[in-house]
Design a protein around this ligand. Sequence first.
Ligand code: PLP
Length: 439
Amino acid sequence: MKPQISSSGPLAQTAFQRNGAGLLCCDGLPLSEVSKTFGTPTYVYSERTIVEAFQRFTQAASGRNTLICYALKANSSLGVIRLLAAQGAGFDIVSLGELQRVIAAGGQADRIVFSGVGKTQAEIAAALQAGIKCINVESAAELEMVAQTAGQLNTVAPISLRVNPDIDAQTHPYISTGLKDNKFGIPMDQAETVYRRAQALPSISIQGIDCHIGSQITSLAPFIDALSRVLALADRLAAAGITLHHLDLGGGLGICYDQETPPAPQALLDAVFARLADWQHTRATPLPEVLFEFGRAIVGNAGVLLTRVELLKPSEHKNFAIIDAAMNDLMRPALYEAWHAVELVAPATTNTKRWDLVGPVCESGDWIARDRELGLAQGDLLAILSAGAYGMSMSSNYNSRPRAAEVLVDREGRAHLIRRREEFSDLIGPERIPDHLRG
Ligand SMILES: *Cc1c(COP(=O)(O)O)cnc(C)c1O
């Protein structure tokens, strides 16, 4: 975590710029207008930015045999899924709920890959019945479960094995997934045995190999190191007569929250395909299809969390600004000590002080930003930047707080409500007071 931050740095998010009156806008629409219509806290997404971020991957992939999947867990709002489905995205899902979201939003099942260490038999059955592209199997036990489920359904399950390449993605430990101490994937030294077992199972069809080493990765090396290990395994499998139709290299490309300089999609794909060309030219087989599963890099910088300053609590040691967004709305600071830039929507009306921005939740971990030089007054509107990924999708109702609204701003600067603010009835809808307590 960084000791002292000014909020006045360059905006990493090009969609969010100030207009002539100094008001922070989303593609020309002042965020103050969004708050007037929809209230706060509200997530605001730029449609243009999401599409452009996705297109940076498809352009980098053009002329190459690839499928760019969107990892739904970064932001699983139906409006966002629909937008990306219309762009031809594939989807990486980790639960039945996410499968149902893709279908509900009009996405194609045959472009879905299903990841995750703990798929249930019901989830596997639903995925097979929907006709998804591939199940990314994460353990020998899961392989047996998939085979048995497919057998019962009288079908053949398309699978890849997610291997754990034991690569340090040099990111936060909670979002590192490709180390042998992590729970994810099949250890490299067991992978060949599990593939041989897969090949012997009549209800299993081996499609490919999969790895995903972590999130918010800001250099090329971990991706290329993981690819090299995957290719070495592919060679051993080829020698054993096991053909791979695709290589799924996962997601994890980072974004700029502050000063990070992650590789551009073009640089990443160029490096991946250079490594692949190098590998392929000594092999007789054609290059398999290459899949990616990006989440954060597609939506992260396309969204802000709009929030209002409720109360100011300055003191000798520390100045607290209590805002109407909290850890239940944006969990990343509490969970990873993540840093998000903060901008006043309107120009400051008071002198700056150093503030901690905290929510109303009864936890000391409930902070959104710390030690920020801002000129805050009660009632001011703030934008928490780079909140498009792992914001709303990680939100909860802790402290019986209704979840925030979500707004998508189109290219013409028109705001569309894509999720209304929750109401009390949404909170208690599934609950029952048992008869014996009713008296
Ligand atoms: C979370 C996840 C992704 C997406 O990660 P990003 O860092 O958002 O790109 C991709 N694949 C799998 C298996 C994941 O768990």
